[in-house]
Design a protein around this ligand. Structure first.
Ligand SMILES: [Cu+2]
Length: 481
């Protein structure tokens, strides 16, 4: 009796071990498969997606991204030295905070160039142990100047320098930020503003949230600037991870530009706000005969232009819809004659990422780094449908090329061509966008909610015939997200 009990007890424990293994083995397999190699070429990441175009593309010689530089011998028109540091700095109106600076300030020095200028920025890393880079958000730079660690360069280590050179060929509102461990470095201040071809009537409103503190131009609370003339071009830059509504109290306004690209025939707006995507820019035209207040997402931080009292209202419930704002004009290409058609379906599932269990983002059902690499040839007309069923909003950012919005949820765009580099894709939305592949390189195509990017919502657009010698991970510790 005693023996029988012992045997069945042993059998039970064997069964328990078998049952446990049956559950654990597949989990172990998924865990093991999710590990991200510590030294990974962005070219061997995931799998090639040819978008219905040819997969065998005749290439006479391969180009490494490091060869795709800006002009090497021209004298720069604008030359800036930026020294990056990890240090404590002051947020006027709020007090000291720990983070990252460029030349002891955050945001870093404002870089202003005339259209056509050759901009040269020499970046020095004084003491940021993880290494740094600078990415020129929204500027269609040559690939080697794009500042993505592990794709277009190695992270710049403490004591090292790196020179960026590019022609500022498109006037507009842009910003720059680190693309190395960016979910930490950008959040804590490693960014600045770049304006190409300013008018004398410019007002900058660069919004950044340090911890829980929303600031404008690095300052907290109601800030004031003088009226630059009878009207002001207010360049709003959202450097945060989430979208922000912007509106004007005290005057009607127009949306002059989106993500650095002019709106065709903008009309006057009253009683409505306009959404600025995370990473995005919106330029407003605001009459400034009387003091006006720029509402920046609600909360205590606003920008008042001019002297005297400016009304302070709540965020208008109605929004400007950029799908129908302004008037149409020719795109310069025919999206109906696409050479490649891609889908970029953003989802979320339970799984392992680099050995960590969690709810992780997916692209076309695949999880980082096993994601589609969108492959194009130079000159291709490309269409892409970006859809989102992940339960959260994603500000989608393609490097190197603006895209034009064709439709949202099947509703065709009827307003001004809506050229964008930072597109707010809400849950259950589908945007169809198009562009001409005219800037060879290997370009990140990722969510600009930087923690989401760090959680794997990242892939690349690759031109046939372009390779990169840089690696993700590896000795320089490249970690662009
Ligand atoms: Cu996201």
């Amino acid at each position: 009796m005693l023996l029988a009990t012992k045997l069945s007890g042993r059998r039970r424990s064997v069964l328990a071990v078998v049952a446990t293994l049956a559950v654990l083995a597949p989990i172990g397999f998924l865990w093991q498969r999710s590990l991200v190699p510590n030294d990974l070429s962005p070219m061997s990441m995931g799998y090639a997606d040819y978008g219905g175009g040819p997969s065998s593309m005749h290439v006479h010689h391969a180009t490494d991204v490091s060869q795709l530089t800006g002009p090497v011998d021209r004298t720069p028109d604008v030359a800036v030295d930026l020294v990056a540091r990890k240090e404590r700095f002051d947020l006027p109106g709020r007090g000291p905070t720990d983070g990252y600076t460029l030349n002891h300030t955050s945001p870093g020095p404002r870089i202003v160039a005339q259209q056509g200028d050759l901009v040269q920025v020499t970046l020095h890393n004084e003491n940021i142990v993880a290494g740094i880079t600078l990415h020129w958000h929204g500027v269609d730079v040559p690939n080697a100047e794009d500042g993505v660690a592990g794709v277009t360069q190695d992270a710049v280590q403490p004591g090292q320098s790196y020179v960026y050179r590019f022609v500022a060929k498109d006037a507009g509102t842009y910003w720059y930020h680190s693309h190395q461990v960016s979910h930490d470095q950008v959040l804590k201040g490693l960014y600045g503003i770049l304006v190409v071809q300013p008018t004398t009537r410019d007002v900058i409103a660069a919004v950044h949230t340090y911890g829980q503190v929303r600031t404008v131009n690095g300052e907290y609370g109601e800030r004031r600037v003088p009226a630059p003339g009878p009207t002001a071009r207010v360049r709003v830059v959202n450097t945060d991870n989430g979208p922000m509504a912007v509106w004007v109290d005290g005057a009607p306004y127009k949306v002059l530009a989106v993500d650095g690209a002019d709106v065709n025939a903008p009309t006057e707006i009253r009683g409505r706000s306009v959404l600025v995507t995370a990473g995005g820019r919106i330029d407003l035209e605001v009459p400034t005969a009387k003091a006006v207040r720029i509402g920046l997402g609600g909360g205590p931080t606003t920008l008042v232009i001019g002297n005297g009292d400016a009304p302070a209202g709540p965020e208008p419930a109605a929004r400007v819809d950029l799908l129908s704002y302004g008037s149409p004009k020719p795109l310069g290409f025919d999206p109906a004659k696409a050479d490649r058609v891609f889908r970029y379906d953003i989802g979320r599932h339970f799984g392992f990422l680099d050995g960590k269990p969690g709810l992780w983002w997916t692209i076309n059902g695949h999880q980082y780094p096993d994601v589609p690499m969108f492959v194009v040839s130079e000159g291709d007309v490309v269409r892409m449908a970006i859809s989102n069923t992940s339960g959260q909003v994603h500000p989608m950012h393609l490097h190197g090329r603006h895209v034009v919005v064709l439709s949202r949820n099947g509703v065709r765009a009827t307003g001004s061509p809506w050229w964008t580099d930072s597109l707010n894709v809400e849950d259950k939305e589908t945007y169809e966008v198009a562009f001409v592949a005219g800037n060879p390189g290997i370009w990140m195509d990722h969510c600009h909610n930087l923690p989401h990017a760090a959680q794997g919502l990242v892939t690349h657009l690759m031109y046939a015939g372009v390779s990169t010698k840089y690696h993700l991970g590896g000795a320089p510790g490249n970690q662009p997200e």
